[in-house]
Every structure is written in structure tokens, then in C-alpha cells.
Design a protein around this ligand. Structure first.
Ligand code: AP5
Length: 212
């Protein structure tokens, strides 16, 4: 099964992808995590991506698509995957469709998590992430038991550079899923829209139900 998670920055794509992966064993592929890993390791790709991420811009399609296609060509993606943060536009969606069609597959579900802007700003400003295992927390909505420390692995928690207020407003302006992308999946009958302004558990339940 191949699933796409759509939604604006801070909608809960990463949080829900981690929960769904744990419940379904589906591989979680996050282009944002892949870029951040490259930034951390100071690769050429990371240095390039950082110039875009720091401004709240999308990384150019040709770079992002080739990184994603290389990832889904690996054996652990043969049976399926859940894409978090990809595609961001119709060009990326078509590249993914073509790659899946070449191996006799298709996107089975596109899950759009809807959240209003004011809530997105609050979610991004309060987000903390484990440097070691990537677990996601929110200082108010989903706090760790001990501030600054991951419940799961004891790792240090940090805040993303692109969660600073100036970059958040650029991301919200430039990175909401475009209507053409939503229509791409609506037209093929795989789109499901989920109200993301509910508890974490309620959103997870709706997403799992939509996956079926
Ligand atoms: P990426 O990492 O994909 O960032 P994003 O799309 O902006 O999404 P976020 O990770 O910020 O938010 P999320 O929806 O995952 O929310 P989360 O679960 O963390 O991309 C980063 C950058 O990489 C981009 O800016 C771009 O430059 C580049 N990039 C990536 N993919 C690309 C692509 N395909 N093409 C080009 N460039 C690309 O939740 C947020 C917070 O809210 C957390 O603290 C969480 O605890 C809390 N929360 C979540 N759900 C709830 C809830 N139901 N109730 C209360 N709190 C909640």
C-alpha cells in the first residue's frame, strides 16, 4: 500500500506518520527528515537544501524528486510506504505516480490533514523533537514527562531552525498544499479529508479508518 499524507506545515503529518507506522508497520518516508539528516551530516545535498529551508522555501523539484525516487527504489519500500511531506506540487505527484506505475503500483490513499493557521503557528512554535530518535513533542499539547528529555529514548530535545516565527510565516505562506495537488488526488478518487484540529488519538483513529 502506498499512502500520501498532505497538509500544511505543522498539521501533524510527522506525528501521525510515526503513529500509523507503529500501528501498521508501513515504511515512513519523510523528505523533510531526509533533508535534515543531510543538513546534519553537512553533505552537498544538505548544504543546498539548507539555503531553501532557512528561507521557508521548497527545495527545487529536480533535487527532491531524485532523492525520493532513490529512496523508494530500495528493497524496504517494495511492499509499500507512507509519504510525509511529498509530493508538494503536481510535478512531484506525477513523478511519484510514474515511478509507482513502472512497478505496477499506485497511490492508494491521499490523506489531507486540515488545520487552521492560528493553530499551526501555535503547534510549530511549541514543537520539540528528539535529536536521537526523532520523536515529536509539543510543550503544551503533548509534553515529555521531563522537559528537554525524550520519553522514549532519553535523548535531548531540540527546536527546528525553521520553527522560528519569521520562517514559520514564510512556510505558511508558501507551503500549503496547492489546490491543483489536492485536485490531482480528488480526481483519481483516493483523497480523504481529515479534521486535524482534534486530539492526537482522534486524528490517528480517523486516518487509520481512512486507510481501511
Ligand atoms: P517538512 O519537515 O516536511 O516540514 P513541513 O511540511 O513544514 O511539516 P512539519 O514537519 O513542520 O509539520 P508536520 O505536519 O509534520 O507536523 P508535526 O507532526 O511535526 O519539510 C521541511 C522543509 O524541507 C520544507 O520547508 C522544505 O524546505 C523541505 N522539503 C520537504 N519536503 C519537500 C518537498 N517534497 N519538496 C520540496 N521541499 C521539501 O506536528 C507539529 C506540532 O504539533 C508538534 O509539536 C506536535 O506535537 C503537535 N501536534 C500534532 N498534532 C497535534 C494535534 N492533533 N493536537 C495538538 N498538537 C498536535
Amino acid at each position: 500500500m502506498f499512502i500520501v499524507l498532505l497538509g500544511p506545515p505543522g498539521a501533524g503529518k510527522g506525528t501521525q506518520a510515526q503513529r500509523i507506522a507503529a500501528a501498521s508497520q508501513l515504511l515512513h518516508v519523510s523528505t523533510g527528515d531526509m533533508f535534515r539528516e543531510n543538513v546534519k551530516n553537512e553533505t552537498g545535498l544538505g548544504k543546498l537544501a539548507k539555503t531553501y529551508m532557512d528561507r521557508g522555501d521548497l527545495v527545487p523539484d529536480e533535487v527532491t524528486i531524485s532523492m525520493l525516487l532513490e529512496r523508494i527504489g530500495r528493497p524496504d519500500a517494495a511492499a509499500g510506504a507512507m509519504f510525509d511531506g511529498f509530493p508538494r506540487n503536481v510535478v512531484q505527484a506525477r513523478a511519484l505516480d510514474d515511478a509507482l506505475a513502472a512497478r505496477g503500483s499506485r497511490i492508494d490513499r491521499a490523506l489531507l490533514i486540515a488545520v487552521a493557521d492560528a493553530e499551526l503557528v501555535a503547534r510549530l512554535g511549541g514543537r520539540w523533537i528528539c535529536r536521537n530518535c526523532g520523536a515529536l513533542y509539543h510543550e503544551r499539547n503533548d509534553p515529555p514527562k521531563q522537559a528537554g528529555t525524550c520519553d522514549r529514548c532519553g535523548g535531548d530535545l531540540y527546536q527546528r531552525d525553521d520553527d522560528l516565527p519569521a520562517v514559520v510565516s514564510a512556510r505558511l505562506e508558501k507551503q500549503k498544499p496547492p489546490e491543483a495537488l489536492i485536485e490531482h488526488y480528488r480526481a483519481s478518487g483516493v483523497l480523504r479529508e481529515i479534521d486535524g484540529e482534534r486530539s492526537l488519538d482522534a486524528v490517528t483513529a480517523s486516518l487509520l479508518e481512512a486507510i481501511g
